[in-house]
Design a protein around this ligand. Sequence first.
Ligand code: ASP
Ligand code: MG
Length: 413
Amino acid sequence: MKGARIIVQKYGGTSVADTERIKNVARRIAESRERGDHVVVVISALGDTTDRLIKLAHSISERPREREMDMLLATGEQVSVALLSMAMHELGYEAISFTGAQVGIVTDSSHTKAKILDVKVGRILEELDKGSVVIVAGFQGVSLDDQITTLGRGGSDTTAVALAAALGAGVCEIYTDVDGVYTADPRLVPEARKLPRVTYEEMLEMAATGARVLQLRSVEFARNYGVVIHVRSSFSGEEGTWIVGDEERMEKAIISGVTHDVSEAKVTIFDVPDRPGVAAGLFQALAAENINVDMIIQNVSEDQKTAISFTVSKEDLRKAEEITRKMAEKLQAGGVSVDQSIAKVSLVGAGMRTHPGVAADMFAALAESGINIEMISTSTIKISCVIRAEDAKKAVRAIHKKFGLERGVVMRA
Ligand code: ASP
Ligand code: MG
């Protein structure tokens, strides 16, 4: 393609919430074209379209079939790509819009959370060669048996990164309503700082624990294929946050950020017989229904009986509760309870691998604020605590302060 660089740009729902914003996005794309880059654009549905479509479905059916949900939700992005393409034409640029199926974003068949298996780039390259801006509907694909699928909420990020990987793009720019990745949610912690660089590993943990800038799967994809991501604002020209491999980050902070998540619920099964196979049976049943379990705690047993608690996304709660109740009956367990008022606060940082005492300091920050910890889980670069939902804000602030994140405590590796 005559030496020009390909860049992939993704614009989220808020960046295309109304016609003025769509025109603004079109102008930004035009600027990139003027610099000589080939541009592939991925966009989300306008504003809160996806939320509205989900409500609409639920006003007809309590549990709509997932295949039909995908048929419905995929329409949102089809609207936005067509409108953006028209806006490009108005500015005098060649542009063409495509659905996921049209460009060949091939997925498995797990409706509403499909995984990308293959991305065909032939059609896109053809259009780029003609000088067109290619605009692809985010969040959707087509399964091997020709069904329309969607990639889970926030899936447009994954579409963009997958396209960047398949096209060998120089960078995948994610334009959003925040101007980067912060040490904490700035709405909760006004002194939070924008991070110039974050490693894939850190971003994975941050996305998994509630940072909502990027869909988790998009970061996995970026790490696996070495796609450089630049998260930035669609409303300003400022540099945002670069997400890169470990080797490209020179300065290593011990801690990158504090995240929180109130989208999970806790399920507890009481008085289960404490014998081999019980946990395996329960979690196999949940996995068979495609339910992701996050944290798990099993208590010390008394009288050969124990309690097991685990957290799942509230979206999966109904299914998870059903399965657990069935299991409780089968095992003659004491009962099942569900708690929707929990929050998970997490501390993430590559440097904690080599710095003991980080967990203790985090627990101390919570204790000093009078916050009780209900569950704990750790990985090499993350510590998460489940607490009461109403304490989330206080907890994030206390931890942020304890580690001096507003001052940017940086350590040279
Ligand atoms: N429109 C979809 C959603 O709201 C996908 C996306 O925005 O990335 O989740
Ligand atoms: Mg999004």
